[in-house]
Ligand binder design. Structure first.
Ligand SMILES: C[S@@+](CC[C@H](N)C(=O)[O-])C[C@H]1O[C@@H](n2cnc3c(N)ncnc32)[C@H](O)[C@@H]1O
Length: 180
């Protein structure tokens, strides 16, 4: 059984997640190498990051829809991809000028092509497993940011990419389908 690292951190909630010091600190510690910050928002991180945000008012290197960005990326693969999209349609409307996240399943399918082997995907939202074993990812680290009172927590999950595990998993599934 693999060990899962878990952090529980109390801090305020802000619509620009990384403007909260404790969260920014956690994410900067967890990122590795060259980072793609796909929904970058307003806070520059103290990491080696390429920043993308659809909103032209945000400080970013690119202002593209996240899915279009991933599908069009021909540069070097990233060691970390950071996903902090609007968590729900209502939040897009109320907090992010109506900018909605690209279809999330398609987004997840497009990520491995931009990620180096052994790379990390760090996701903020309401789920603890995002990329999942079917895409070759193993959950390595979880953080629960507790905002207190009636406000729901924010979950951050860091999942490690091992393409060989993806091949192994698919071969195993195929074997089971044929032999069971
Ligand atoms: C939850 S905020 C996160 C911002 C950033 N992580 C921060 O802490 O400042 C979501 C961001 O995603 C951007 N966004 C919304 N839809 C997008 C899309 N389809 N593609 C790229 N960025 C998008 C919004 O403009 C907003 O800045």
């Amino acid at each position: 059984m693999k060990t899962l690292h878990f952090d529980h951190i109390r801090c305020p909630l802000h619509r620009y997640t990384f403007s909260v010091k404790a969260i920014r600190h956690w994410v900067e510690q967890t990122c590795e190498g060259r980072v793609l910050n796909l929904f970058a928002g307003e806070t520059r991180l103290n990491v080696n990051e390429v920043r993308n945000d659809l909103d032209p008012d945000m400080p970013a290197d690119f202002h593209e829809d996240a899915l279009i960005f991933l599908r069009g990326w021909t540069g070097e693969a990233f060691n970390t991809i950071l996903l902090d999209p609007p968590y729900a349609y209502r939040k897009s409307m109320e907090l992010y000028k109506g900018m909605i996240c690209s279809p999330f399943r398609q987004l997840k399918d497009a990520i491995p092509a931009c990620l180096a082997p052994n790379g990390l995907v760090i996701t903020f939202g309401y789920h603890s497993i995002v990329m999942g074993v079917n895409r070759g990812f193993t959950l390595e680290c979880l953080a629960l940011f507790s905002h207190g009172g009636a406000i729901h927590d924010t979950i951050a999950a860091a999942e490690r990419y091992s393409p060989e595990q993806f091949i192994h998993y698919n071969n195993h599934q195929r074997y089971e389908q044929q032999h069971l």
